[in-house]
Structures are given as structure tokens and as C-alpha cells.
Design a binder for this molecule. Structure first.
Ligand code: GLC
Length: 551
């Protein structure tokens, strides 16, 4: 007999999900590192913000070779961040506040301190312990050349040699050995982990590097001297990324998710072209996949229109719901991206970071205007919105962290050619003054902050913005409250008779959304203005502004 679906089985389809990078959110014990109890203490803040769910970046035991994405033990909490009891308390408090909880799962690689990798190092070449990872003999007469020309995302070879002469594969840092997903033991252990957290009441999973798990390891290993990024061949045959056979893994995961009621939700981090993304998001697999298109798109009406149209079509075709992302823990915060000249591209942005944010000089006012206009536009779209901690404050990137304090492995592994991602991971400012609450970290904690916060952080603090009705925080709160009332079926109709610099669409129920990407004001459509990303005057929508209108 077919079971009736749980009434809240689809809660994730149009949720607003708030990403917490726990080490930089709030520190309750004064060791300079944010922790689980810090999140629990801020549940009232999250409730007032109005988010539907929290996504918690890794909080597992880790030596932090890659900010926690190097996991020692998938079924425990890092003692620096708390205990499993603290986790349960946080989960209970979030649920009491009506907020769901998504945890990050890192299946492509463990850390080199994971018990399995330690066993592998102690075992002989060819042993079952080594077969959970990817060990190979080297090339050349003495085997002292890496088994292939594959490179790590963080720079350098993707192979590291161990004392007995074999090499192991790591697509990221050497401290992050890749699992061999063709090994049934690996597959079973991850299903056990999914059940471990699902049994504890976790509502869903964010799946790290989902496109990397399946690999073609047939000898000779195929040559691939550069990471293909988003230009991956779209036929699923690349040796390392987005292979067709990766999908059987997520079909098995779906069976686990469906053991629960409501079924556990999931979202793939898959850096693949738009046309391949929906495969991960099929209802028989993860349900959603991050749409990263706008992370690479300038502030431009046509680019937004194209991304919106393509993503809605792709997800509708697969039965998934769309996702929208402007910032996360891996990219330059969007108010800073939008403050820079268009067309810089990824390399231009990297150079800007290397100039400590001075070349080119950002136009911060324009950056913030465009950032809030984009947020309001995306919040009105069908599908889920993923927010990154601090964006609700309008926080900018910190591009000038002193070089000797940079912690991202990218900085070291590229021989100081790239700074990496620390600038978006600086601990949040909660108070106006640096030394409020006995600390020197804008209320982050009483023991300072693990990455230095600039002086301007205070004016972006929660304390400053809570009392300012025109703050970015006030705008996010209003928009999230209204969105709960307005969000309906996942459909949208573009308004076609608008200037090229304007994007406008209707959602069911008389909800009209209009964004002016240009700088010249345009007439406001008739109706009641529910919220706008900036001040309106004389029946006009100023440049770089979004408004929601009830017709
Ligand atoms: C993902 C994470 C990133 C991490 C990498 C390796 O891309 O978002 O922060 O460095 O995976 O786990």
C-alpha cells in the first residue's frame, strides 16, 4: 500500500537556508573560535531574521587543514566546538524555533588523521586498508614520479608520497586523502553516517564536492594537467569530475533519506555546467543542487535573466526545485564583487585580493546597492535561497588580512600566488564596540577572534543595525517575513515590455517584482510597494534598486 507523504515532505523546496560557518559565527567559551553553544545562543537572532533552515558547515573533529573540510571523524563534534550533547541542544533549540537543520557532509575525502587513513599508512601496499583510499605506485624507474599529472584544487600535484614509496591521491590538500568510492566499505560507512545524523533529528545534508566522488582509475591513468572547472566535458566521461557513474551513489543515499519521515533533504555542491546540475537534483537523488551561476555573473540584467530562465527550466525538467546563491564561505562576498568594475572575472578578483583590496578601488556604496537589489530579486524567485552568514548585515569581504595571519591552505599551496578564502570567513561583528562584553572581537567572543576583524566591522554589527530601520538587517527581516506570506507555486512570468536594463516578473497572487539594473530611474508599476531595496521617490524606481509590489 502506498504511504501518504508526510505533510511537510517538501519543506525544502522554497526554503530560505542560512549558512553558518561555525568557527566564525559566535564563540561562547572565549577561545577565539566559534562553537556549537555559540549557535544555540543565537537561535533567537535566527528566528527574528526569519530563516527556514540553518546549514552548518563542518563541525567535526578536524585539525583545520582546510577549515574543517578535513574530517577526522564523521560521527562526532570537534572538542574545540563542543560535544554531541551540545549539538543535540542546538538542534532542539533550532527546532523549537521552527528552524530546520542541514549539516555538511564531506564524502570525497577524509582528513589524514581519520582512523582509516592512519590504518592505511600502517598497512602494506595492496592491503584492504589502503583500498579505502587511492594509493598507487609512482612512475619512472624508481617510482619517484607521481602516478599521473593530476593537480590539486589548492595548487601542486594531487599526489603525495608515503615512506614506503607509494603515492595517495588528494584533489585538495595533502591532509585530505580521497576515498575510493568503488569500495563497498566506503559506501556502507557513509550510509551509516547519514543515518547517524538523521537519527539525531537532522533534516538534511549539504553534500561537499558531490561531482568528485566517482573516478576512472583504470590504468594507465588518463592525463589531465589542469582542473577543468566549469568547462568539464558535458558527456560524463571526465576521469575525475561529474562522471555518469557518480549518480548510483546518490540513488543509494536517497534510499536512506526515504527511510525517514519526512524524508531527509539534500543539496549537492557540484561545480558542473547548468545542463548537468539537474542530474544531481533529481528526486531520485539529492533533490537540489547549488546553482553557482550568479557567483560568476556581473551585476547585469541580461546575465540574471539568462541564469533565472535556464535554472528554472532545468530544475522543472528534473523535478527539482531551483536554488539561488550570491555568497558562501568559498567566494568573495557579493557587496564587494559588485563594488568592482565589471568583467574582472575570477582572475581579476584574485588580483584584487592580492592588492589588499586597493586595485581597483571598490565603490562600496554601489556594491551595497547592487547587493541588496540582487538579494531582493532572488528572494522573490521560485525555489530556495541560500544565505551566507553576515550577508544580512551587508558585510563586505576583508581583503587586507595581514599575510602572516592567512589560514587558507590555498595561500600556502599556491606559493602565495592566491590568497584564498579567509576574507569572507572573518568572525561576525555582534556589537558596535570592539571590546563590548569583555572581549576585543565586536562581541564575537570574550577571547578575541581567530581571524583579525577590521575597524569598520562595528558599523556593520548586529547591534548597530538592529536599531536602524534602514539597515540591511532590517531589509532582510522585512523581506523574509513578506516572502513567507507571498511565496506560492513555483512559477513565474516575465514582463516583456520593459527596458533592457530592467528585469520584472510576476508570481501568482499579484506579486510583481521589478529590478532596475541601470542608473536612470524608471516609472514604478502601479500597486502597493511592499518593500524596496532602497529609497523610492516621485513614483520612480531609482537605478540599482528592486521593489516588490502587490498589484
Ligand atoms: C568544498 C568546500 C570548500 C572545501 C572543499 C574541499 O568546495 O565548500 O570549502 O575547501 O570542498 O572539501
Amino acid at each position: 500500500m502506498a504511504q501518504t507523504p508526510h505533510p511537510e515532505a517538501d519543506w525544502w523546496r522554497q526554503a530560505v537556508v542560512y549558512q553558518i560557518y561555525p568557527r566564525s559565527f559566535a564563540d561562547s567559551d572565549g577561545d577565539g573560535i566559534g562553537n556549537i553553544a555559540g549557535v544555540t545562543a543565537k537561535v533567537p537572532y535566527l528566528k527574528a531574521l526569519g530563516v527556514d533552515a540553518v546549514w552548518l558547515s563542518p563541525f567535526y573533529p578536524s585539525a583545520l587543514a582546510d577549515g574543517g573540510y578535513d574530517v577526522d571523524d564523521y560521527r562526532d563534534v570537534d572538542p574545540k566546538l563542543g560535544t554531541l550533547a551540545d549539538f543535540d541542544e542546538m538542534s532542539a533549540k533550532l527546532h523549537e524555533a521552527g528552524i530546520r537543520l542541514i549539516v555538511d557532509i564531506v564524502p570525497n575525502h577524509s582528513s589524514d588523521r581519520h582512523v582509516w587513513f592512519q590504518e592505511a599508512l600502517a598497512a602494506d601496499p595492496g592491503s584492504p586498508a589502503r583500498d579505502r583510499y587511492i594509493f598507487r605506485n609512482g612512475l619512472g624507474p624508481n617510482g619517484d614520479q607521481p602516478p599521473s599529472d593530476w593537480v590539486s584544487h589548492f595548487g601542486g600535484s594531487a599526489w603525495t608520497r608515503v615512506p614506503d614509496g607509494q603515492w595517495y591521491l588528494h584533489l585538495f590538500a595533502p591532509e585530505q586523502p580521497d576515498f575510493d568510492w568503488s569500495n563497498p566499505e566506503v559506501r556502507d560507512d557513509f550510509r551509516k553516517t547519514l543515518r547517524f545524523w538523521s537519527d539525531r533529528g537532522v533534516d538534511g545534508f549539504r553534500v561537499d564536492v558531490a561531482h568528485g566522488l566517482a573516478k576512472d582509475l583504470a590504468e594507465p591513468l588518463r592525463s589531465m594537467p589542469v582542473i577543468p572547472e566549469l568547462d568539464i566535458q558535458v558527456d560524463g566521461t571526465n576521469p575525475l569530475f561529474d562522471r555518469d557513474d557518480v549518480h548510483t551513489i546518490f540513488e543509494e543515499w536517497r534510499e536512506v533519506f526515504n527511510e525517514y519521515s519526512p524524508p531527509r533533504a539534500a543539496v549537492a555542491e557540484a561545480w558542473v555546467p547548468t545542463t548537468r546540475r539537474a542530474l544531481y537534483a533529481r528526486p531520485t537523488e539529492l533533490g537540489q543542487a547549488f546553482n553557482f551561476d550568479l557567483l560568476r555573473e556581473d551585476w547585469d540584467a541580461e546575465g540574471f535573466r539568462k541564469s533565472i530562465t535556464e535554472n528554472l527550466a532545468e530544475s522543472a525538467a528534473s523535478g527539482a526545485s531551483s536554488t539561488w546563491v550570491l555568497s558562501n564561505h568559498d567566494v568573495i562576498r557579493h557587496p564587494s564583487r559588485y563594488a568592482l568594475p565589471t568583467g574582472l572575472g575570477r582572475e581579476g578578483l584574485d588580483e584584487w585580493l592580492l592588492s589588499d583590496g586597493l586595485d581597483p578601488l571598490p565603490d562600496h556604496a554601489a556594491g551595497l546597492r547592487r547587493a541588496t537589489a540582487s538579494t531582493l530579486l532572488l528572494l522573490a524567485l521560485p525555489g530556495s535561497m541560500y544565505l551566507y552568514q553576515g550577508e544580512e548585515l551587508g558585510l563586505r569581504e576583508v581583503p587586507d588580512i595581514p599575510r602572516d595571519q592567512l589560514a587558507d591552505p590555498i595561500w600556502l599551496r599556491t606559493g602565495h600566488q592566491l590568497k584564498g578564502r579567509d576574507g569572507c570567513r572573518v568572525p561576525l561583528p555582534w556589537t558596535v564596540a570592539r571590546d563590548a562584553a569583555g572581549g576585543s572581537s565586536f562581541g564575537f567572543g570574550s577571547g578575541g577572534a581567530h581571524l583579525p576583524q577590521p575597524d569598520w566591522f562595528g558599523q556593520f554589527s548586529v547591534e548597530a543595525e538592529e536599531v536602524d530601520p534602514d539597515s540591511v538587517l532590517a531589509l532582510y527581516r522585512t523581506a523574509l517575513r513578506l516572502r513567507r506570506e507571498l511565496q506560492t507555486t513555483e512559477t513565474l512570468e516575465f514582463e516583456t515590455s520593459v527596458p533592457t536594463d530592467v528585469l520584472s516578473f510576476r508570481r501568482p497572487g499579484g506579486w510583481l517584482v521589478i529590478t532596475n539594473f541601470g542608473t536612470t530611474p524608471v516609472p514604478l508599476p502601479s500597486g502597493e510597494v511592499l518593500v524596496a531595496s532602497g529609497p523610492l521617490a516621485d513614483g520612480q524606481l531609482p537605478g540599482e534598486t528592486t521593489a516588490w509590489i502587490r498589484e
